[in-house]
Ligand binder design. Structure first.
Ligand code: PEP
Length: 253
């Protein structure tokens, strides 16, 4: 059975004190829950919080992820943070290619090839984000766009490496807008992604691939999205910033 994941992307929000309070609340709330299904809970605070947050949560229940990493391993890259540094402070995953990074920081498939390599080399999980813009969906290009984002950045990987990837399908028009994809739109794209992976890597890898949906998932819509057969959890922005709503979403798995 493939792994279910609910991951919270805090983006550039909270100061350390608030982040620690949020992480402890999530940790405490989670302790009191009996979840119906096995689910890995991940939180992705800003870089500055990673060490202290990982010290206040039960690392058997909550995995820590960063939101980005450098393309290079080390050296004269002022201001960058390497995958090895993240691994060293206990990160288990790295979000890569979020649409905000593609749009505001010019991340391309070439950048993402290098970042993915660094994350895999350091035995962490790349949470690889992909998703189309509204104009691309309206022009009926959404399948092609997502397929290209995945194939350009990931299809050079060996089967062994690809088996460690998690994909997050995040339609750009649904991120932070309050407009979520319908359950049919999410299922249709997730099934398409799985078909594309199947054609390249075969049935076993495709069937075991965790594909998350992201884009305005809230406690009131999580259940119907997560009930879709090819949706294996969510990447949650806004609603992961309150322990109660994040826990409600986790419970919806
Ligand atoms: C995100 O930033 O990855 C995201 C899905 O945000 P939101 O849930 O706020 O739409």
């Amino acid at each position: 059975m493939r792994k279910k994941i609910v991951a919270g992307n805090w983006k550039m929000n909270t100061l350390v004190k608030e982040g620690l309070a949020l992480a402890s609340n999530i940790n405490d709330e989670l302790k009191n829950q009996t979840l119906r299904n096995e689910v890995e809970v991940i939180i992705a605070p800003p870089f500055t919080h990673l060490t202290s947050v990982s010290e206040v949560v039960d690392n058997n229940k909550i995995s820590i992820s960063s939101q980005n990493c450098a393309t290079e391993c080390c050296g004269a890259y002022t201001g960058e943070i390497s995958a090895e540094m993240l691994k060293n402070i206990g990160c288990r995953a790295v979000i890569l290619g979020h649409s905000e990074r593609r749009a505001y920081y010019g991340e391309t498939s070439e950048t993402l090839i290098k970042k993915t390599e660094q994350v895999l080399k350091n035995k962490m999980t790349p949470i690889f984000c992909c998703g189309e813009m509204l104009e691309e969906r309206e022009a009926n290009n959404h399948f092609k766009i997502v397929e290209t984002q995945i194939s350009e950045a990931l299809f050079h990987l060996s089967e062994e490496d690809f088996a460690n990837i998690v994909i997050a399908y995040e339609p750009v028009w649904a991120i932070g807008t309050g407009v979520t994809a319908s359950k049919e739109q999410a299922q249709e794209m997730h099934a398409h992604i799985r078909t594309v992976i199947k054609a390249k890597y075969g049935n076993t890898i495709a069937d075991n691939l965790t594909i998350l949906y992201g884009g305005s998932v809230k406690p009131n819509n999580a259940k119907e999205i997560f009930s879709q057969p090819d949706v294996d959890g969510g990447l949650i922005g806004g609603a992961s910033m309150k322990a109660e709503s994040f826990i409600e979403i986790i419970k919806a798995i």
